[in-house]
Every structure is written in structure tokens, then in C-alpha cells.
Design a protein around this ligand. Sequence first.
Ligand code: B12
Ligand code: SF4
Length: 466
Amino acid sequence: MKVLMVSPKARTGGLESLRKGNQILQGLLYVAAAARDAGHDTTVVVADKDNVDSYIKRYHPEVLGVSCVSASYPIARELIKYVKQQHPGIKTIIGGHHATFMYKETFSDTGVDYICRGEGEEVFPQLLAALQAGNNYPDISGIVYMRNGSYFNDDKIALLQDIENLPLITRDLTAPEFSFSPKIVSSRGCPYFCSFCSISAFYGGRYRKRSVKTVIAEIKEYISWGYDSFWFHDDNLTVDTKWMDEFCQAIEDEGIKFHFNCMSRVDTICNNHALIARMAKVGCSLMSIGIESGIPEVLERMHKKISLEQIRTAIKILNKLSISHNWYMIIGSADEFDTPKHIEQNIKFFCSLPLGYVVITILTPFPGTEIFNRLVAEDRILHYNWEDYDAMHCVYKPLTMSHKDIDAYFPKAYVRVYLSKGWRLLPLFYHSFKRKAMRPSTIISAIKTMFLYKVMGMDFRKALNK
Ligand code: B12
Ligand code: SF4
């Protein structure tokens, strides 16, 4: 069948705007690659309702697949509604974390034909085969649809038994005008249960890993195409320390040279100093790590299972090993710690650390997460304007402050945390460029944001989106 896969044209801010947006979501590429491997003519694009017609004219799809996060759901929603109205012959399907958890609302908002709850690599080709055979109501666990006013197959989130043979993502999957940079996924899921993170809900706490051999073969393939720097999209690359040791050994044995960025945790770094040193030696240039809060009680409530001591030690270890670091900070906790005193304490903690990059977000209750379920139960969700679920807006009712007070801390925290680093940012930038840990455009966007906000007096969120 002819299949068009659409990544919504992003209007969300935060990190995405710093990266200048419009990256194709990696999950969609995996599903597209699986459809291609099953013999379907598949193309992936970035689009919204205003330009999707140009791709429909170019590729004549019979099926349109869409992916989104909560913040880009409104773009996906308008796109699907438009396609349903203007091209009723095209079958539509949406997947991803947001659609998985908000499938009832997604059906009623969009009239989409199918929703994929969970991982799509197996079930999407099964759906395409059924549609090709003229069966519009197949029984595929994870592919949900509405029949006679009831939901069919909505009782389960489809997960792959093992992820060893994930399809290879290749340049030819995307329309030629979009850039391509290979990302690696060596594992899916995470055994931790942080209250704000939708990974544990989506994967049910399951953690699956590919073999070292397969991952190395994939990296070698991409290196043979001329790439030498990769981002691991694993939720937490260092969960399995034995695997990581074997991976480092294999890189050395094979004599392959590349840089890589990944996500990790402070406790793993503290408990595995020698392993982290080995990772640095074989090419690990940047680690992204969630600190979230400098208040031990908040960390405990978030089930983060890390201490302030571990945070400080991990930073020292990474600095010593010259691995660049990118940290996450959360403003707000949706409990009694939402007070100016505690938010100030959190900001001061981040100012006191010899950190590299810090991505500051406002606590956002993403569907499926523990925090979302709690706030819904307590009737403390302010609104469901999903475009504001971009981690830059407070969308819940704090207990003792107003949501506007929390919002106001977002720019303040950025300015104070970055100004506290002062000249120390310069060697950091230099080091990151050298080891390809960060693109120059990211730093330029960050500097531009600060200029527009501090010198030109522009609203901080608007400046981020510029
Ligand atoms: C890497 C990453 C990014 C990268 C994306 C780069 C890229 N090219 O993909 C960057 C940094 C740009 C990014 C940005 C953001 N991200 Co992000 N990101 C991730 C991360 C860590 C990995 C994504 C990934 O590749 N996953 C692996 C793939 C295989 O999984 P998947 O996407 O779920 O796809 C599978 C299924 O969902 C399903 N599926 C998905 N789409 C479709 C479509 C069809 C048709 C079908 C059949 C199936 C299907 O099949 C796929 C294969 O199994 C996830 C966490 C995670 N593990 O998903 C967070 C995550 C997706 N991000 C999140 C958020 C909030 C954001 C931002 C809003 C943050 C911000 N303030 O800027 C922006 C929004 C970007 C945008 N406009 O879309 C949240 C989303 C929660 C939510 N409900 O919204 C997540 C889940 C992390 C979390 N906090 O819990 N992100
Ligand atoms: S925040 Fe990180 S450690 Fe916590 S559950 Fe999510 S992926 Fe795992």
C-alpha cells in the first residue's frame, strides 16, 4: 500500500525550539521502516494541515500515519480532521505516548480511523496487511478502533517481545527535503518509576535490550555512510552496566571511532566510575541526566531515588573525565513544596553546582504518568490546552501559589542558573563543539534567546520560540 507518515510540524518551544524544530520523530521512523520492510511504499514527512496537501498530491497515500507528543497533539488533531474531511478515502492512524493514553479523546476529537496503543513495529504492518485484504476491522491487539459506538481492542498496550531485530532506519524513508541523522536505540524502557515520566506507564516498567553485536553492526553501517556521531535515544543507556562494559569492549576490539551522546543517572555514574571512564575513552561525549530538584523531600516524592551527595559526586566524575553534561531541572512539584521558598532553594542549588547545560522545565503532568493521574483525581488539572503541555507552562493548580507565580519562575530560573556559570560556559562550549556533543546552532539559539529576553525585553517563551 502507499503510506504517508507525518511528524507534526512543531510549534512547541523548549528544547525543540532550541534545536530549531521540525525533526522527524524517531518512533515514527521505526514504524515507517517496519511498513517498508513489509513491502509497503512508505514516505515520512514533517507537515501540518496547511501543507499536507502538497505531500498527498506527491505521494497519493492510501494510509496516513501520524505521531505526536502531547504538546504537538493539537497540530496532529487539526491535520487528521482536515484529511478526514478533504480526503475521506485515506485511512488514518495515530500513535505515540499521547494517543496511547488519551485514545478516547483522540477518537472523539479527530474521527481518526485507528489508534496504535504501544509500539507500532509489529502491529502497523499487520494493520496494513488487513486493510490491503479489505478487512477494515482486524483483531490486532494494540490497534484500537471504534465499531458500533464501542472501542475495540483498547484493553492492552502492544509491546514487542524483544527488540533485537528493530528495522534499520535509512535515508530513503524520508522525503528528500528533510535532513537525516541516524539515532541509535539499544534498549527500550526503564526499570525506575519517576512520577512525572511516561516511560514507566508506556512500557509498564519493562526494560528490553538489544545485543551488543546488533547495535555495533548498526553503528558500523551508519559509519560506512559517513556518520561519526550518534545520539542514543535509550531512556537510560546505562541501566545494564554489564552490557555497557561489553559494548565498550566491542568498540575497542573492532577499532571503530565515533562520538555518542546518551541519557544516564547520577547513581549509576557514582557507582560505576571505572565504567564511565571507559565510556569516555570509547567516545561518550555528552550525558543528559535528570537532577530535577535540589530538595531531598521532592526527589523522594518523585521516586527519583538519588541524593544531593550523588549529584555532586557525579558532576565531579564527569568533569574529571571531560564528558560534557546536560542536566534537567524541574520547577514545581504539585505538592506542599510549591512555595517561593522551596523554588528559590531549588534554583540556588542549581546555581551552586559546577554544571554544564541545564534544561529547565515546569513540572508537566503528561497523560499516563503518576502525577497526571493524581492531579486528575484531585481535580487540580487547570486545563487541557495540550499545546501548553510543553514543559514551559504550569498547567496544574498549585496548592499554595498561583500557576502564574510558577510560570514566572521559568525565565528567572534560566537567567539565574546560566548567569551563575559566567565565564565557565566558554570552555564548555568549546569542548562540546570539539567533541560534537552540541551543534553550534543550539548555542547560537540559546544566546539569541537570552539577548531577546534580557536586552530587547521580549517575553521569554516567545524568545525561546524565535
Ligand atoms: C529523544 C526525545 C526527544 C527528541 C526527539 C528527537 C527525535 N528525532 O525523535 C527532542 C529533544 C527533539 C524531544 C523534544 C520534545 N520532547 Co521528547 N523525548 C525523547 C525521548 C527520550 C525518546 C523518543 C524516542 O525516540 N523514543 C523511542 C520511540 C521508538 O518510541 P515512541 O516515540 O514512543 O514510538 C513508538 C510508539 O509510540 C509507536 N508510535 C509512535 N508514533 C506512531 C505512529 C503510528 C502511525 C504508529 C502506528 C505507531 C506509533 O510506535 C513507535 C515504535 O515502537 C522520549 C522518551 C521515550 N522513550 O519515548 C521523550 C518524550 C517523547 N518527549 C517528551 C516531551 C514532553 C518533549 C517536548 C515537549 C519537550 C520540550 N519541552 O520541548 C519536546 C516536543 C517535541 C515535539 N515537538 O514533538 C515526552 C512526551 C510526553 C508527552 N505525553 O507529551 C517524552 C515521552 C519524555 C517524558 N517526559 O516522559 N524529545
Ligand atoms: S525519568 Fe529517567 S530514570 Fe526516571 S523513569 Fe523516566 S527514564 Fe527512568
